[in-house]
Design a protein around this ligand. Structure first.
Ligand code: ATP
Length: 536
């Protein structure tokens, strides 16, 4: 499947639109249309149900080191600015960017690749902001143009080795930027913080500066004590949150894959330090299985353990769950979710500091400039185990997923083309979304075969019976074949048709989207049939 085909389908059938499209769009922002909103809701709901509400805390789940409880939170997007100083986002959440003086384009330093080439006695580095085959083609064309050579003289270009990152080049004077015609137009890399800033309150100054959260996780850490004090949870337990996050990405691209506003589905799982390695393995494997069970085929999905040198100093394991998105080159994978062993780093950072009394308030001790002397809150975020009488700072396992990336992967995987006979028996191309029934925006469509003989009345009755339980759709317009195709394109797993036989024996035809198999059930049994399909 070509990515363009999926993008076109998403637009045509109301899954995704560019944000503010009538004003020319805003890069890095997307709107989910009538079908998209249902699909993404189903992704979120599947995650929440599977990870949180259906977690049985009485018995040990398969593969888990012990029984555990899951609970949820929904935190504010704007938090106290000190949270981001403490988490490191304020000082360290930076990308390096480079500008092109000629094209005025901006690039992420670590994403620019290129190749060294020599021709006509000159050696230059030809850069590209794409990757794989596309980058090879782009650099070839740019080099031919730069050296003023025709395509048939391409053998005069002496390429040195494969594509390498621009970060390996020390002097930019010999670099031909991705969109430049002249050499040496790229600026030196500079740091750029990815957090969106805003101000809270009427006065806009340094003191009112706040940030849109770049991740949902910090809301969980700062509420750790509140959850412990307001519920009866005991370690080990997890807190889950789904919500919007914002990152001012330098180069948003690849449809919704890298957006500036996106939704995360994060869990912070708190456990005893001596059990954390086992819990890490449990969550890594369970999260991988979740994608497989919802239909991501195992050969495009992979679990990649980070090497020891990629790990943070406090971590004893991190794995990325990755998907081979069709917009990536062969062999390349994009991150869907990171599962990280974070040790006690986050709780410890938020704890750091000393509280002193200032008037009626307890505040973190300040330095001579009036700034907090420590990054943390000074509050006690340790846990007391009342059975073993031990006090400790729990370790944390963090499975952090993106709802938009998961939705995009499910869409990519679902896009299928096959050939089916049309009404006259001629083979015709069919496009359909092979979405898992739990994810499908519409669970079933109800049609009268023709708009007469009492068929619409019966079909409407069936529709009304189904509607309180499932998102179903009624359609009586046009040829039935066309109505089937429209449902196939949005991934509706079942179509229920009232036809001539219904008038005789009260049965209806049910058609399966994937196999096109048809069978009959009593019109009273439609609810049970759809339910059966959904719980498979
Ligand atoms: P990347 O390396 O692709 O920028 P990341 O490692 O910074 O991602 P995390 O900080 O681990 O991502 O965030 C957890 C999850 O949030 C990611 O696995 C991804 O699914 C999602 N996510 C992060 N950034 C974006 C974005 N710009 N657009 C859409 N989803 C995102």
């Amino acid at each position: 499947m070509e990515m363009d085909q999926l993008v076109a389908l998403c637009r045509r059938r109301g899954f995704l639109f560019q944000s503010s499209e009538i004003y020319g769009g805003l890069q890095g922002f997307w709107d989910y249309g009538p079908m998209g909103v249902e699909l993404k809701r189903n992704v979120r709901e599947a995650w929440w149900r599977d990870m949180v509400t259906s977690q049985d805390n009485l018995d040990v789940s398969p593969g888990a080191p012990a029984a555990f409880e899951m609970t949820g939170l929904d935190c504010a997007i704007i938090m106290h600015p000190q949270v981001w100083k403490c988490s490191g986002h304020y000082d360290l959440f930076n990308d390096h960017l480079i500008d092109c003086r000629e094209s005025k384009r901006r690039y992420r330093y670590d994403q620019v690749l290129g190749r060294w080439v020599e021709a006509k006695g000159k050696r230059i580095f030809v850069a590209s902001d794409t990757s794989g085959e596309e980058a090879l083609e782009q650099t070839q064309l740019k080099a031919l143009k730069f050296f003023n050579l025709r395509a048939k003289k391409a053998n005069e270009l002496k390429w040195e080795g494969p594509l390498v990152p621009l970060t390996t080049v020390t002097d930019f004077d010999d670099v031909l930027g991705p969109d430049a015609k002249e050499l040496g137009t790229l600026t030196e890399p500079r740091e750029f913080n990815l957090m969106f800033e805003t101000n809270t309150g009427a006065v806009r100054d340094e003191n009112s500066r706040t940030f849109l959260r770049p991740e949902t996780a910090q809301g969980i850490f700062v509420n750790f004590k509140n959850v412990l004090d307001s519920t009866r949870v005991k370690v080990p337990f997890g807190i889950a949150q789904i919500g919007k996050s914002f990152r001012n990405e330098i180069t948003p691209r690849n449809f919704t894959f890298r957006s500036r506003e996106f939704e995360q589905m994060e869990i912070e799982f708190f456990c005893r330090p001596d059990t954390s390695a086992d819990w890490y393995e449990y969550w890594r494997d369970r999260r991988y299985r979740w994608y497989v069970e919802l239909g991501l085929s195992s050969d495009r999905l992979r679990l990649r353990e980070h090497d020891a040198e990629e790990l943070s100093h406090y971590s004893c394991g991190t794995a990325d769950i990755e998907y081979a998105f069709p917009f990536l080159s062969d062999g390349e994978f994009g991150e869907l979710e990171g599962v990280a062993h974070r040790g006690d780093f986050d709780l410890r950072s938020h704890m750091e500091g000393k509280l002193i009394r200032q008037g009626d308030e307890l505040v973190v001790e300040q330095d001579e400039l009036g700034q907090p002397k420590y990054r943390g809150s000074g509050r006690d975020l340790t846990y007391f185990d009342d059975q073993t009488k031990e006090r400790y700072t729990p370790h944390v396992i963090e499975p952090s997923a993106g709802a938009d990336r998961a939705t995009l992967a499910f869409l990519c995987e679902a896009y299928t083309e096959d050939e089916v006979p049309d009404e006259k028996g001629k083979p015709t191309k069919r496009v359909f979304l092979r979405l898992h029934p739990r994810l499908a925006p519409i669970k079933a469509a109800v049609f009268p075969l023709v708009k007469k003989d009492g068929m619409p009345e019966i079909a409407r009755e069936i529709y009304k019976k189904l509607k309180p339980h499932f998102n179903v759709f009624y359609d009586e317009k046009g040829a039935v074949g066309r109505r089937y195709r429209r449902q196939d394109e949005v991934g509706t797993p079942l179509c229920i048709t009232v036809d001539g036989q219904t008038l005789d024996d009260g049965t209806v035809t049910i058609r399966d989207r994937d196999t096109l198999k048809q069978w009959r059930v009593g019109k009273e049994d439609c609810t049970a049939e759809v339910q059966k399909w959904l719980s498979q």
